[in-house]
Design a protein around this ligand. Sequence first.
Ligand code: F6P
Length: 374
Amino acid sequence: MTKYIGVLTAGGDSPGLNAAIRGIGKTAQGLYGMEVIGFRDGFRGLMENRTIRLDGNALSGILTIGGTILGTSRDKPNKMLIGGKKMDMTSVIAENYHKHHLDALVCIGGGGTQKNAYHLWKNGLNVITLPKTIDNDISGTDSTFGFDTALGVAVEAIDRLHSTAHSHHRIIICEIMGHNSGWLALGAGLSGGADVILIPEIPYDIELVAESILNRRRAGKHFSIVAVAEGAISIEEKKKMDILENRIEKTEDKEKKKKLSKELEQFKANAFGNTMQLAKELEKLTMVESRVTILGHLQRGGIPSAYDRLLATRLGTACAKLIDQGQYGVMVAARGEATVPVLLEQIVGKKKLVPFDHPWIESARNLGTCLGNK
Ligand code: F6P
């Protein structure tokens, strides 16, 4: 019997999404004779029943294109903004799923998408997911597609910043995406030879950072490159967050808990992407002229690297095979050379952060790179 499958991409876009859609679609149709439709703009398009036929024509010529031909959004099935209000649209989504007689729904996305897909799985939909994000922070998989391309962009930027920093004897601080994880900043900083690398997992001491830059000057190196993750925080900020988290945990009063949680959210938002402030402080402490480059969405745009195309194709084709076998409620993960299904319940809500003993951290320390702590 012919199987019907739907595909959507959700969350921030990521290079390799089209390669994944192509991998799923071509294998599902060509090898297993399935019918494939796409939903536009993530869970929003599924709720609004906006579809696109993913036939041979639609899948042709998309392998090398960045972004996603399906469009994407950050909408959540159970908290969708409708007329200014957040509404639970799970039942409408389930209705549309059944309207199309779907046997499976493929959700391609990051941590948030895994969570949303798991929610639909618990509500009776045959869901299967693929891990994509430039942040590389999804647990249960060795890597996520998009990361390698973004890494390449960030490394090229650091390479270019070197010559201008050197010519002007400046500190150049390059802000790198990654949300609350430091994979991109650490990987790019190491590959690009940054002198300081600051990541969210290691709260930094600004005095130590300034000292490392001054030490370079004493050694005759009159410029420094600082690779900073957008989510990097100082030791003081971390302390304040810990205090607030502690208070939230200890408070039993519901209203007070809510107020404190809001305060914490606000504090975290203010601490996020504070690179201009970091530059000002470093300039003050070192008396060295500083400049900031924020790479932002440049890291997510453009053609996917060969590695990301390969990974996305590998996961996409394996996904079609798992659907043929009727394996749902899983994420298709990369583990070494293998491609394996991992239960969504095992990975949802678990962010993969850089462990303190990761070989990249060890290499950075061995090189004498300042990581903001001792
Ligand atoms: O999760 C991918 C990511 O690019 C993060 O690195 C970044 O913090 C976030 O998305 C930016 O999201 P938006 O495109 O919604 O501004």
